[in-house]
Design a protein around this ligand. Structure first.
Ligand SMILES: C[S@@+](CC[C@H](N)C(=O)[O-])C[C@H]1O[C@@H](n2cnc3c(N)ncnc32)[C@H](O)[C@@H]1O
Length: 321
């Protein structure tokens, strides 16, 4: 029988690698590990990678297993979900992974300038109603800047066309260096493998309508940086919606380890759900320079129509800023 929430909370409170600081308890109290994660907790000088909105922590734990020379911290406000990854990593004796239960809105409370090298956003809620709640909004990017190294990597893996498109606009609007951009991580279309000239690349030349903007997005990644090249991405051996068949990324393809990036093949709980429904997985990777004003893009983006929850509350709007 699976554990109840209360039992999970009791477990979590005793775990040495779980730190629980929801908004309600933090306020102005300094966090002892801020600036000290490596020295005091991980006891090494390896880079720190955050998974924000980690849910059950599959990415944080999966990467920790594959990359013992890096440190991983899964962050989420939902303790019962986090319990899965926290329990598994403890059971398996992984010493390079920790969990922080808090609101990402106050994430800069926990890390000192330059303390984090990389951020992963895995199947983040698209937050179609409010831009400031989106984890790739300038609101959050400003917070990440407080602790991410200059030019640190941000990865977004998502099912949501809305969040993907929105993030693309944020990147374009602010001229952030885009490294990888694909609408279908596992099955690149022929158009993704062609050399592309990019209206978006050149900045300021984006077509005006949302549809045209959206349509140009996949064509706008600098050729040299596209992950979705035939030589880099293996086609899946089966359709994601094929029951019983697991899509197989090439074993030598680790999201391009040669350029230092981490494994893209890990499937989180949500990723598997979306794959099972036949949805394509989108992936974006960009760098966040420490300097430069950030502007929120003023665009309308078609809403994801397959997300049924809360739809009636969203009035009749088909797009959102
Ligand atoms: C759709 S789930 C994805 C979970 C996991 N990454 C996966 O792929 O299975 C989004 C997660 O982000 C967390 N989350 C969203 N906004 C958050 C915030 N502002 N602060 C903390 N956690 C947040 C939620 O609690 C939830 O667990």
């Amino acid at each position: 029988m699976s554990k109840g929430k209360l039992a999970k909370f009791v477990d979590m409170a005793s775990y040495p690698h779980v730190f629980e600081y929801p908004f309600s308890v933090v306020e102005d109290v300094p966090f002892a590990l801020k600036g000290q994660w490596r020295e005091q907790f991980f006891k090494n000088q390896n880079p720190i990678v955050l998974e924000l909105g980690c849910g059950r922590g599959e990415y944080a734990v999966g990467l920790a297993r594959r990359y013992p020379d890096r440190n991983f911290i899964g962050v989420d406000i939902k303790g019962a979900r986090m319990w899965s990854g926290a329990t598994e990593s403890l059971r398996d004796g992984l010493t390079n992974v920790a969990f922080l239960r808090t609101n990402i809105e106050i994430i800069d409370h926990f890390f000192a300038p330059g303390e984090v090298q990389e951020i992963w956003l895995t199947f983040s809620d698209p937050q179609m109603k409010k831009a400031t709640k989106r984890l790739t909004s300038t609101y959050f990017l400003q917070r990440y800047r407080h602790f991410l190294t200059d030019g640190g990597l941000i990865h977004l893996k998502t099912d949501s066309n809305f969040l993907f498109t929105y993030t693309r606009y944020v990147v374009e609007e602010n001229h952030l260096p885009m490294e990888v951009c694909t609408e279908d991580l596992y099955r690149p279309t022929p158009s993704q493998t062609h050399p592309l000239t990019s209206p978006c690349e050149e900045g300021g030349e984006l077509p005006l309508t949302a549809e045209r903007k959206s349509a140009c997005l996949i064509h706008s990644t600098p050729l040299s940086h596209r992950v979705a090249r035939e030589e880099e991405v293996d086609l899946m051996s089966s359709s994601p919606s094929d029951p019983g068949l697991t899509p197989k990324p090439r074993t030598d393809w680790q999201g391009g380890e040669s350029d230092g990036s981490l494994d893209l093949s890990i499937r989180t709980y949500y990723e598997q759900q979306w794959l099972d429904r036949g949805l394509s997985i989108k992936y974006l990777r960009f760098r966040l320079p420490a300097e430069g004003e950030l502007h929120e893009p003023d665009v309308e983006i078609p809403l994801d129509d397959y997300r049924s929850y809360n739809r009636e509350k969203r009035s009749s709007l088909k797009t959102s800023k």
